[in-house]
Design a protein around this ligand. Structure first.
Ligand code: COA
Length: 283
């Protein structure tokens, strides 16, 4: 995959994931709107650098009609991460995805751990299971935060570049690898990096939802999540909560958010990280 493929990949992914979202959204929940120009730009901005850090992990399938599909994956120390993966609607179910995933997986050949956040697409789930991944259901929580429920959270401060080293050590302990170069992308996707004063946990967050929450223990992770909720001006979303992280479900329900399941965390060679709320693409 080259930089020239990225805009077409963005369009292809918007259509392919739009179809999956429309089918998977339960009754009573809003179907996500079509991807906005700002989100499309964000997708391109965070995908482009991955072609530089991990050229061997990013593959495109093309024919004379253009881009048929793509897989973007990265290797971070011992961990292989499938960032995103899609085949053009109308061309799915013909073996293109299998070939793309095979190439992307070769990039992670030396890794004893693998991780990805899967949609509810049956073809994707069968593919990951066949590739040796265990599939763990994810919960998501959304709605207006009841601010009267928010407890005192203790000392927190804004994260700085000086914090990235201990954050990488924490991520290494929790998921087997640091985010390393992906911190720049996470910072670009979010508005805030909050850390505990004791350097025991961090959260990448936005006014509308969490991106990553990680800590040395569940109590600290809960405090960080409360801090994210306290900053929410309106509707807030906490996605990608596995059953290894019921502390997060506890916080979200106490804050009176609505609850549902959404997609799966796929892991190979490791258990679902905890206490940890992963990001959907950079994990
Ligand atoms: C997931 C996706 C990338 C797979 O690509 P693809 O080209 O459709 O996949 P393939 O044809 O190579 O393989 C699909 C597998 O699912 C199986 N499959 C096909 N239709 C199926 C169905 N309705 N139910 C269950 N399994 C099915 C196929 O047998 C094949 O398995 P096999 O290789 O062991 O025989 C593609 O379907 C897609 O873009 N989906 C929408 C976006 C998405 O959800 N991406 C994944 C994000 S985690």
């Amino acid at each position: 995959m080259t930089a020239d493929d990225v805009p077409a990949a963005e369009r292809l992914s918007a259509v392919a994931f739009g179809e999956v979202d429309a089918l998977a959204t339960p009754r009573g929940w809003p179907v996500p709107p079509p991807r906005s120009p700002a989100r499309s730009e964000g997708w391109i901005r965070r995908t482009q650098p991955l072609l530089d850090t991990d050229p061997g992990g990013c593959w495109a399938a093309v024919d004379e009609s253009g881009l048929l599909g793509f897989a973007v994956s990265v290797r971070r120390e011992r961990l292989w991460v499938l960032v995103t993966f899609a085949v053009r609607p109308g061309m799915q179910g013909r073996g293109i995805g299998r070939q793309l995933l095979q190439r992307a997986e070769e990039h992670g050949a030396g890794c004893d751990r693998g991780i990805l956040s899967a949609s509810e697409d049956q073809r994707a789930l069968h593919r990951y299971h066949a590739a040796g991944f265990a599939l763990h259901p994810q919960m998501m929580f959304a709605g207006e935060v009841d601010k009267s429920t928010i407890p005192a959270v203790g000392a927190m401060r804004e994260g700085t570049p000086d914090d990235l080293q201990w954050i990488d050590d924490l991520d290494r302990d929790l998921r087997g690898a640091p985010h390393g170069p992906d911190h720049a992308l996470l910072a670009g996707m979010t508005s805030r990096l909050v850390v505990t004063a004791e350097r025991t946990g961090y959260a990448y967050t936005t006014p509308g939802g969490t991106f990553v929450v990680a800590a040395r223990d569940a109590g600290t992770a809960s405090r960080l999540l409360w801090q994210c909720l306290a900053d929410a001006p309106g509707e807030f979303e906490i996605a990608h909560v596995t059953t290894a992280n019921m502390w997060a479900a506890d916080v979200a329900l106490r804050a009176r958010l609505k609850m549902r399941t959404e997609g799966f965390l796929a892991v190979r060679g490791m258990a679902p990280p905890a206490p940890y709320i992963h990001n959907g693409s950079l994990l």
